[in-house]
Design a protein around this ligand. Structure first.
Ligand SMILES: C[S@@+](CC[C@H](N)C(=O)[O-])C[C@H]1O[C@@H](n2cnc3c(N)ncnc32)[C@H](O)[C@@H]1O
Length: 251
């Protein structure tokens, strides 16, 4: 915690990931008719995609779970403001100790890590856990990173916190999902503009804080954080890591 506090990411970003409004609408459409369906968002953050899915279909209901109290609180406030509160339950909780719940549609977007384990196991953990939650014909929107290309030595060094085996190429990610009992209904990926827009929103709060608080005892820490984030993006992930949206049907 720094003083004064940094603004929350949801002040600047609609989604906690690289996703435009139009792309979000297409993803929701790809989940098929949602009438009467129960949509479960695992690692929902402030649950923007879930809330938009519910707004698109007045008979659908939703459930979301996330560790972040503040994010979940923001999601609940948005649900109230949009008249969705009676159709959605957003809970603060650790997915690692969550027993699961009935679902017709599951969303797990940028949150394969919520089941815990080593990074190399996150994608498998997500596919296995969601496969267990869904019956035949159930839908799964899986938002997951993949390698756009092999990173150079310098890029690998900059991204040393990401094990090479944590992600796959896009074809291998698709095959891996299908091997867990799914068919692919639709596939898309974040474009560079969606990525840049998201990353710019991510750093906006840090840069504004630095401008407004030159005398804070936490200035060095916040500047170092912003610098690390920029290096990670510009010299690491920007040309190497993609983000795929797999709209899957449980066989
Ligand atoms: C990159 S964000 C994605 C959020 C959301 N799915 C979205 O697209 O906006 C990852 C989320 O996973 C949540 N998270 C991480 N570990 C978790 C856990 N063990 N249980 C529940 N949520 C967790 C974080 O709090 C964060 O909100």
């Amino acid at each position: 915690m720094v003083t004064p506090p940094l603004p929350p990411l949801y002040r600047d970003a609609d989604f906690n990931g690289p996703l435009s409004d139009a792309h979000a609408a297409r993803l929701i459409h790809s989940l098929g008719p949602l009438a009467g369906k129960r949509i479960v968002d695992i690692g929902c953050g402030w649950a923007e995609l879930l809330l938009r899915a519910l707004a698109s279909e007045p008979t659908a209901t939703g459930f979301g779970i996330d560790l972040g109290e503040e994010a979940v609180g923001h999601g609940r406030a948005n649900a109230r403001e949009r008249g969705l509160a009676d159709r959605v339950q957003l809970v603060v909780g650790d997915v690692g100790s969550w027993p699961g719940t009935h679902a017709d549609v599951v969303v797990n977007n940028g949150a394969a890590h919520v089941w815990g384990g080593e990074p190399e196991t996150h994608t498998a953990n997500a596919l296995e856990a969601v496969s267990d939650l869904l019956g035949p014909g159930g839908r799964f929107l899986f938002g997951e990173c993949f390698w756009l290309r092999e990173p150079t030595g310098e890029e690998s060094e900059t991204m040393r916190d990401i094990p090479r085996a944590q992600y796959r190429s896009l074809p291998d990610l698709v095959d891996f999902a299908l091997s867990h009992g799914f068919r692919l209904r639709a596939l898309s990926q974040a474009d560079l503009w969606e990525w840049d827009d998201f990353e710019n929103r991510h750093t906006q709060g840090l840069e504004e804080w630095l401008l407004a608080n030159p005398g804070s005892p936490d200035t060095d820490e916040v500047r170092a954080r912003a610098d690390r984030y920029r290096e990670f993006r510009v010299r690491g992930t920007r040309e190497t890591i993609g983000f795929a949206y797999l709209s899957l049907i449980r066989v």
